[in-house]
Design a protein around this ligand. Structure first.
Ligand code: AVJ
Length: 310
């Protein structure tokens, strides 16, 4: 009974044509540790760019906030290390804030509260664990104006219209004058993007293969991960990065009592990482029903932190 939704999603994906596995399942303990390794890779430029923007431009972002008091709500907060830069700037600006990190993992929230609490002793930190439905429902009745942060290019994992739908969904929990702060990876030279998702060390490959290990462990699977290659692509027209696992041989794999047949060279689509132009972000903002936008980029214009006002 333990893994019913996980099991259902995995079996549905593996029985689809083309086969599909979902990147939201990458982040078990091992996967989260591999993602930490990815964030340290030279070719994975995203965290460095976002940090640069937060360091150099937070004061400009904060200048756009008219109120004195805010709830700073962070979606998928993780360990909060990058957010600390923004929190430091907003506290320095003399604003009166509460920090509400939301995350699916109670463990990471505990860590977040410890680290942020040590850095900012007087700060009121209210972690809320659960999925976005549960956690946003809890912040809705709060009276303070809100800044909702969705950082790290996590928006990139939504396919096509799903990104707009997600912003529309979040918007329902906001009031007039609240802000949405979005970290988005920008379209750039295709080689630069591809290198971020196809590193020569094979860390990203391990990140993808880890899901097969997880399925073996949690769903009585018998994947042989060595029988799969990793393949990443970037389409400069759509701005979509896709990653796949490719079955190197024709094979049958058992998962949760079912037999899944793979052709030789059959792809399993694992992840999407969408890249945006500033004009794409303006369109996203409008479609999601926000009133205005401001964009803060790093010096190389690789990444944007965009502030949408509702
Ligand atoms: C955490 C979704 C932002 O898409 O860049 C990194 C995940 N996948 N390398 C991204 C990821 C492969 C990452 N996000």
């Amino acid at each position: 009974m333990k893994n019913t939704i996980f099991e259902k999603d995995i079996l549905k994906g593996l029985n689809s044509q083309p086969k599909r596995l979902f990147s939201k399942y990458f982040y078990d303990d091992k996967g989260s540790a591999i993602f930490q390794e990815i964030m340290q890779m030279d070719s994975y430029y995203l965290p460095g760019c976002e940090t640069e923007i937060l360091r150099n431009r937070s004061h400009e972002i904060i200048d756009l906030l008219p109120n004195n008091t805010y709830d700073v709500v962070e979606l998928g907060a993780g360990d909060g290390t990058k957010t600390a830069i923004f929190l430091e700037a907003i506290l320095k600006a003399g604003k009166n804030i509460n920090y509400l990190p939301l995350d699916i993992s109670t463990d990471i929230l505990e860590f977040n509260k410890k680290v942020i609490g040590e850095k900012f002793p007087g700060l009121n930190i209210l972690p809320i664990a659960g999925d976005y439905f549960q956690t946003l429902e809890k912040i809705k009745p709060r009276q303070n104006p809100k800044i909702v942060l969705f950082m790290g290019s996590n928006i990139g994992n939504f396919e096509g219209e799903k990104a707009v739908e997600f912003l529309q969904f979040v918007r329902q929990y906001l009031s007039d004058g609240d802000f949405f702060m979005l970290g988005a990876d920008l379209k750039k030279h295709p080689h630069t993007i591809l290198m971020a998702y196809d590193d020569p060390e094979g860390i990203t490959k391990r990140f993808n293969l880890n899901l097969l290990h997880r399925i073996n462990r949690e769903l009585e699977g018998n994947f042989i991960p060595e029988d799969f290659d990793h393949f990443a692509s970037y389409d400069p027209l759509s701005g979509t990065t896709k990653s796949f696992l490719i079955s190197k041989v024709q094979q049958n794999v058992q998962v949760a009592g079912q037999t899944i047949a793979f052709e030789r060279n059959e792809p399993v689509h694992m992840e999407i990482s969408q890249k945006y132009n500033l004009s794409d972000l303006v369109q996203l903002r409008k479609q999601a029903g926000f009133k205005s936008d401001h964009h803060f980029t790093d010096t190389r214009r690789y990444f944007s932190i965009s502030l949408f006002k509702y």
